[in-house]
Design a protein. Structure first.
Length: 434
């Protein structure tokens, strides 16, 4: 009887477990990889390529099948991501995780092939555990990298992952603005704090994910997270976690950088098992660490003042006419090229079926209608040999302006020849009207 009562008290304690932290230096966390709490915020990854960081609560969560509500949990946290590449690239991203083991790094290293890395799949999944039922991982990913995978649609999305890096549901990062009545885009790696709520109702078997930007500048007086939570979640997914979770699970965060570096921070975190998480007081949230601007190239040395004064007028006088002449020459060359290759489509041409070739292509095929390409002449004009870009050998009859026969007669001949098909006749491929 004493043992039974003790076990019941333990379950009830876990059922109502809650966690709220603004300074992670003394938090009850298991850290591995690049994760650290120096300075107060939880720092998952830094300026190291191909790195992974994990931070998990040391307290295990009990998910038993005693009642559907026992699977309910609620969490909210403030995060910020700094891209460390120019032009901006954001690393792989980070995720809130519910996993069967606290040591995610050891689990991730199992089964890594010679070509694999421990940073694959947000620091959670690799070829050994991806898409396996026994993996038993739920992750809400904040993905900042568009990979080559067909299901990875953007470098700025939120997804629900079940035992796999391939999300069962995802959406581009945004939040619902009640004033405007529509979703507004959020950049996950914006260097600005973002608040996220993750709520699972075990009775309804419904998982909701909601995002919102943290007000800037940070409020100086108490401002609860509930006051800015949008009324419409970004993701809402029916899911039965009793089919996924073990009786004992651990909660926390995972992040990875891959080939592109990024700084990923958690600035505040609230979690509750079996109820609604305590609202975060945004006035207590630490400011994100400031990053120095990237070094800029030194300016070129200035010429001596006397030399500069003496040459200023000469430079201006010489430069302006030069620019004008270059612009004029460029315009003349452009007009010449347009007239050289221009093609005019007349009304009567639309009656005829054969393919029309561009004068530019035929000009190149016959090497500019050189005399060396000439193979004959007749009433309408001269005939040249040529070769198209495809390698097809062709003969091009070029009508002379002083031809004895009319242009319309010539086009009629083209149309009739285009309809002829015989093994002893050379096929007419088309015509050109420059």
């Amino acid at each position: 009887m004493i043992i039974s009562v003790h076990a019941m008290l333990l379950v009830l304690a876990q059922e109502g477990y809650h966690f709220l932290e603004y300074d992670f230096r003394e938090a009850n966390l298991y850290l591995d990889g690049m994760a650290n709490t120096n300075g107060g915020p939880l720092h998952l990854t830094n300026d190291t390529k191909a790195s992974t960081g994990h931070a998990m609560l040391k307290t295990p969560m009990n998910f038993t099948a005693s009642s559907p509500s026992s699977f309910s949990f609620s969490t909210q946290f403030v995060f910020v991501i700094f891209p460390l590449a120019k032009p901006p690239a954001y690393g792989q991203g980070m995720a809130f995780v519910v996993a069967p083991k606290i040591d995610l790094m050891a689990n991730l290293m199992l089964g890594i092939s010679a070509n694999g890395t421990a940073t694959s799949g947000l620091g959670l999944f690799n070829s050994a555990n991806n898409n396996k039922t026994e993996t038993r991982i739920l992750a809400i990913e904040l993905d900042t990298n568009e990979s080559s995978e067909p299901l990875d649609q953007s470098d700025n999305h939120v997804g629900i992952d079940v035992n796999s890096i391939f999300s069962v549901q995802y959406a581009n990062a945004s939040y619902f603005d009640a004033t405007e009545g529509k979703n507004k885009t959020l950049l996950l790696a914006s260097e600005k704090p973002i608040l996220i709520w993750i709520d699972y109702d075990g009775t309804e078997k419904l998982l909701n994910v909601t995002l919102a930007p943290v007000p800037t500048p940070k409020p100086v007086s108490p401002l609860l997270s509930s006051s800015i939570k949008p009324s419409v979640p970004l993701l809402s997914r029916p899911i039965n976690l009793s089919e996924i979770f073990n009786e004992t699970m651990f909660v926390g965060f995972s992040g990875s950088t891959g080939t592109v570096k990024s700084d990923q921070y958690i600035l505040a975190w609230s979690f509750k098992k079996g109820g609604k998480s305590e609202n975060i007081d945004l006035s207590k949230v630490m400011d994100p660490p400031t990053r120095p601007p990237p070094p800029s190239a030194p300016p070129p040395p200035s010429p001596p003042e006397s030399e500069f004064k003496g040459s200023k007028t000469l430079i201006l006088v010489a430069t302006i006419p030069s620019i004008a002449i270059l612009l004029m020459l460029g315009g003349i060359l452009y007009l010449y090229q347009r007239r050289k290759y221009a093609e005019v489509l007349e009304q009567w041409e639309q009656e005829y079926i054969p393919q029309r070739y561009s004068f530019k292509n035929l000009y190149k095929a016959t090497k500019g209608f050189k005399e060396s390409q000439l193979i004959g002449a007749e009433g309408f004009g001269k005939v040249y040999k040529g070769e198209l870009l495809s390698g097809t050998q062709i003969a091009v009859k070029r009508v002379s302006h002083d031809a004895k026969q009319g242009m319309q007669q010539y086009v009629a001949e083209i149309a009739s020849m285009g309809r002829l098909r015989h093994k002893n006749l050379v096929q007419l491929l088309g015509y050109c009207r420059p």
